[in-house]
Write a protein that binds this ligand. Structure first.
Ligand SMILES: [Zn+2]
Ligand SMILES: [Zn+2]
Length: 331
């Protein structure tokens, strides 16, 4: 089956992926993916303190729109990398990030908006001890661990074609999912970011449909999340990218719950103003139809459960959420 937006992907002449993804984003806007409002939380957001964010990715701009739209709580999770060759290695300091977010939190709290100081750490097994030590010395409200495609990665566009040639999907995804399993089992993270973003890197060599056809590939990462208590993130950036579905898709979320997983977070992974809350409503619908009533989150201290509210969004105001704790099923 031909993936509609990808007829234009030509590995040789190369219509830029960015341009294709922009078309996917626009089509999503027309379908209403930009309309999210009256939601309690976006738990994955980047500002200009991340190297891959746009200069317009400003905290106050996000906060203003969040207030207008009734999105009650934001976690700012700029990138921190540990590989000296990776883009977010020493791109911004802990102190800069913390000051920006804490000051914004103070400015916006009186209006009823909660802003939390988070981070998205790029996990690599070889840096696990460095990450553990750093996180111990640099406390955040909320910590996402993600596996990314770094400068030497097999999944970089110039290498991925040769890497996948002649391999099964299990072989192609092993280097990625092995790191994801280790990230979850490290116990370092509140949430595992974009569980299967490898779908994006593999297009057009392997299409997202191939992942849906091999659900067994997800068993080790899902088991690692359940065993470690690490939350599964529903990341909506896939809806504006080549994968054209959330990371992960609904069936994977359902399987996680069937395995006994309870902790789910939702994040837009915004990197520029026009992506604000993109697809967030879709992710909430997905979580509700999977039977979830609350999201897993942390505001410093212990895990809290954030009620998702009703399908219309009513019942969740813009007031600062209280410290809800307990089991998500009971909320
Ligand atoms: Zn990421
Ligand atoms: Zn991110």
């Amino acid at each position: 089956m031909t993936h509609p937006a990808l007829a234009a992907v030509d590995a040789a002449s190369g219509r830029p992926r960015r341009a294709i993804e922009r078309d996917i984003w626009r089509a999503g806007l027309e379908a209403g993916l930009g309309e999210a409002r009256d939601l309690p939380l976006d738990a994955h957001m980047h500002t200009f303190r991340s190297p891959d964010a746009e200069p317009d990715a400003l905290l106050d701009a996000y906060c203003g729109v969040a207030l207008e739209r009734g999105i009650a709580e934001l976690a700012i999770t700029d990138h921190v990398d540990f590989d000296p060759l990776a883009p977010a290695y020493a791109f911004s300091t802990f102190e800069e990030r913390q000051r920006d977010v804490r000051e914004a939190a103070e400015r916006w709290a009186p209006a009823g908006l909660a802003v939390r100081f988070g981070v998205e750490v790029t996990y690599e097994r070889r840096y696990e001890e460095d990450i553990r030590d750093w996180l111990r010395r640099h406390p955040h409200d909320f910590v996402i661990g993600s596996v990314h495609s770094g400068p030497a990665s097999l999944y970089e566009p110039e290498r991925v074609g040769a890497f996948v040639a002649g391999k099964s999907l299990a072989e192609v995804t092993a280097p990625y999912f092995d790191e994801v399993v280790a990230a979850a089992r490290s116990g370092l993270f509140d949430s595992l970011g974009h569980l299967d973003v490898v779908k994006r890197w593999l297009v057009p060599h392997v299409m997202p449909e191939a992942f849906a056809a091999q659900p067994e590939l997800y068993e080790p990462p899902l088991a690692a999340l359940v065993d470690s208590g690490t939350a599964l993130e529903i990341n909506t950036s896939g809806l504006r990218q080549l994968a054209r579905e959330t990371y992960p898709a609904a069936a994977v979320v359902a399987r996680y719950l069937a395995l006994g997983g309870r902790a789910v977070t939702i994040g837009s992974d915004v990197h520029r103003m026009e992506w604000f809350a993109y697809g967030l409503g879709e992710a909430y619908r997905l979580a509700r139809s999977a039977g979830l009533a609350a999201l897993s989150f942390r505001r410093g201290g212990d895990r809290v459960w954030v009620p998702m509210g009703s399908a219309s969004g009513s019942g969740v105001g813009t007031g600062a959420p209280g410290p809800n704790t307990g089991d998500p099923a009971s909320l």
